[in-house]
Design a protein around this ligand. Sequence first.
Ligand code: NAP
Length: 463
Amino acid sequence: MAYATTNPYTGEVVATFPTATSEQVEVAITRADHAYGSWRSTTAEHRGDILQRAADLLRGDHARYAGILTLEMGKLIGEAEAEVELSARILEYYARHGADALRPRFLHAEGFGDTDVALVNDPMGVIFTVEPWNFPYYQVVRVGAPLLMAGNTMLLKHASNVPQSALAMEGLLEEAGAPEGVLTNVFTSHQASEQVLSDPRVRGVALTGSEGAGASIAALAAQNLKKSTLELGGADAYIVLEDAEVEKAAQWAVFGRHWNAGQVCCSAKRLIVLDSVYDHFLEDYRRGVQALVAGDPMDPATTLAPLSSAEAVDILRVQVAHARDEGATVEEIGAAVPDHGAFFRPTLVTDIPLDSDTASTEFFGPVSQLYRAADEEDAVRIANASPFGLGGSVFSRDIARAQRLARRLDTGMVYINQPTGVKADIPFGGTKRSGYGRELIDLGLMEFVNQKVVVVADIDGSF
Ligand code: NAP
């Protein structure tokens, strides 16, 4: 593993960055800890002002920021622009609401006055954050804005294929006026996680990525008695009931499965369609996928981006071959894709045995699993058979029915009549093998604070 920018559309290695030595990791922790010393004692309002300035800077220079994303991981330039704006909105959310959410809460404890028992939210220290390449800014901001708002500092280990995005995030905070080191990027090896997490100055870790990385980091955190949060993979169920607007459901499914070239943790990966509307849905879905245009992600006319790397294409090929070996029906349904660059032709997988590896696999690219459900009960059974529990969707004209069904899905998020969303002001997170903890709004803010109780007692009172 080496840190490098490789353009997924051309295959060209644009820049490389050396992996940090253990001395450099030590310097990075010291830098982040030193910054914590001053950052923790600033007011929440001041920290909010810095986050607002960061949002303004992102918006002011959106084309440059978006260009880095497309260069490094190949997403469509329009999607890169949307990611820049989403990141600005998250920063702005905490700038507007963070200080209020951090105010002390007074508890009504028996025998105490109204303001005698306060629950205050203190920062914890340096928090290690390990982030993936699929949304190189959004992931950093989603975890970072609440951490920083609360007065912590952030030691960032970004994915090895997006080093310039990592540096852009570090530079953004500095330009916004944060003291040096508030966000410290470090190009660490996997092995260095042990050094980081055993350091007493590092007080917790948040990881977004695969199950394997999550298990490894969470084990290290546990050994060192540190708090961890994990945002892991997903295989969202996308349920289409017989009373849904089928054309709309199919259109949204094409988007939900193919935006970011299918590399979204909460993509609509398992389409579960009731028998009576299955054929109609499939016809519309095929037509929609067929219309996608693969090409240069910098060209606004392109609607299907390359994958993030040639290795990602290889992994998907192996997974699809295994699905075929397990007896599933595999069919390429998208138009042909360019023969250079990290493209993968959109593929449909049907007739998937529920006890197969395929049914439990997360395909991180434009591969759609399609299931035919006999009825609503069957759809819930298929949906909950997954080891993952990130998001999910229900399509129905009957909102009350869809809301009831949503409560039966074993996931952290359900969107009705839309694919699972990524919004600045709606929390994000999953259950089961999709991880634990929540990001965004006040839930994200409370993950890495010391909720300290401060009690004023009457010395002459009873104990
Ligand atoms: P990945 O291999 O787990 O990489 C994610 C991050 O973890 C990268 O920074 C990676 O560094 C690092 N990493 C991996 N193994 C590590 C280890 N043993 N010790 C320390 N760091 C380690 O994930 P990916 O396959 O690139 O990304 C896609 C996965 O992330 C999918 O499963 C996707 O669903 C999930 N994801 C989840 C969410 C969510 O919010 N739930 C969001 C996006 C993605 P290197 O690059 O240096 O290997």
